[in-house]
Design a protein. Sequence first.
Length: 337
Amino acid sequence: MANNFANSINSNIGASNSGATNTLTVTNPSNTASSQALVNITVGGTSAGDAFATYTVSGTTNWSQGVDNSAADSFVLAASTALGTLNTHVVDTAGNTTFNNTGTSALLTFNVLNSDTNAASTSSVKAGVANASAADPYLHVSINATSNYCYGIDNSDSDKLKINFDAAEVTPSGGSNLWTMTSAGERTMPLQPAFLAFLPSSVATATGDATTFVIGTGTALTEVFDQSADFNTNGTFTAPVTGRYQVSMGISIGPMGVAHTTGFIVFTSSNGTYDSCLCNPFVTQSVGTVYNMTSSVLIDMDAADTVTASVNVTGGAKTVSVVSNQRDTFFSGYLAC
């Protein structure tokens, strides 16, 4: 049997007893499954105001919680005497929860803390979906709803863990993929600066008399890949961000004469020049020999710095060609860190 106390004349009912604890208790002493104790706060309909309760420390602090009738019936916790003013938590009827900064603090924090020092004590934040037919579980972060990142599982792509970016709100299956890891631990960064290009045809009499020949000069290089579109087929790579870049070059040169004594591979960057030397090997070989040279170096580059790769053979006449045969003359590089 329900025991109801109703204020049918819509006046205020209160209790005040200075210096003591004032308590409003709703108790159902029956210990059966159907017995309940209920405080019901109700308004007349969708055109009415809000159904809520307010808690006040006189002169300092107010908190209100209840149903905001003007906000699609969301359940609201507000740091004020009214819903819709200084909302801190909003839960819509689908269960989506929004945490707001009321403007009283520069920091808005969602803190999950387990203060128990027991070895078995854990603290976690979980996002999950029901099965393989559902959408993606992920974490979404945004700046002013214009720069959006997400970190989570792409349910539609073999459950890969992804970091994606977009101007609008993004999921692991949308936007630009920045980082991917498979369940086997294989990681890729599809937009990481990286390039490989090769000389498609030989360049005759490029060096030999100490002339520096930059590959890509005259004969454009052929790109194999250029992940961030920072390489020009004239042989110039431009750093999109400041970092450490690994650059490599392989080159075939010849034919050599007995007078040719030294060969250099040179990387010329905005921050310095790096060269490796193949010194005096030619005089011990037969005339007409073609040599393969390789070199690589980790260099520092600032954003917008450039680097090129070149060859220089000294000691004789300008009769040495740069030879292209099955991509044996190439230039490559990538952002290492």
